[in-house]
Design a protein around this ligand. Structure first.
Ligand code: SF4
Ligand code: SF4
Length: 184
């Protein structure tokens, strides 16, 4: 026996394809949605305002305001060349070989020189250069220096446009002038 069923009409098909709304929007639900949205926005704004008004800023208005680094900071190196005895210990200990020194024996007739600490200066320093682009700020040079003339400073503002400009000649008058600004 052939049990052929009647095909559905277009209206019936369209009703079947619509999702059945099991949870219709009531006035109460509409009001609850508005309340939840309002509550969520005000809670977020409350957290934002708390941070705006009561949390200390973590940034500063550089360069008008500058951080003062601790005295133990290892930043720009300074060599007070007048107290350097050209012993080469700093260059020998430097792990990256970024200290370049040249010195010649002092003329026997030249006046005797001493460092501030009383060490005799037997060599004339003719070059003392540090390539700070290579320096890893390990501090070893400052540790071995017998006269204490090479020190780290707290100066961190010495960016340059080229790597070559990071090479400082400590016999240069301009670099010597750092002394008044850097040494504490
Ligand atoms: S701080 Fe270290 S890397 Fe830099 S010049 Fe001194 S010894 Fe060399
Ligand atoms: S260790 Fe000190 S005294 Fe010796 S060459 Fe280096 S900076 Fe000069």
């Amino acid at each position: 026996m052939n049990s052929k069923s009647n095909p559905l009409s277009l209206d019936e098909l369209s009703q079947l394809s619509q999702p059945r709304d099991t949870n219709p929007l009531t006035f109460k639900k509409w009001f609850t949605n508005i309340w939840e949205t309002f509550r969520s926005v005000t809670t977020g704004l409350g957290i934002t305002m708390k941070y705006v008004t009561s949390v200390k800023p973590v940034t500063i208005e550089y360069p008008e305001v500058r951080e003062v680094l601790p005295d133990t900071s290892r930043s720009r190196l300074f060599n007070d060349v007048d107290n350097c005895i050209s012993c080469f210990q700093c260059a020998n200990v430097c792990p990256v070989d970024c200290i370049y020194i040249a010195a010649v024996r002092r003329d026997k007739e030249a006046p005797k020189l001493k460092t501030d600490g009383g060490n005799p200066i037997k060599l004339d320093l003719i070059q003392y250069t540090i390539d700070t682009a290579l320096c890893c700020y390990c501090g070893l040079c400052t540790t071995v220096c017998p006269t204490g003339c090479i020190t780290h400073t707290t100066d961190y503002e010495y960016s340059q446009y080229t790597v070559d400009q990071m090479k400082y000649d400590y016999l240069d008058e301009e670099v010597r002038a750092w002394k008044s600004r850097l040494i504490k």
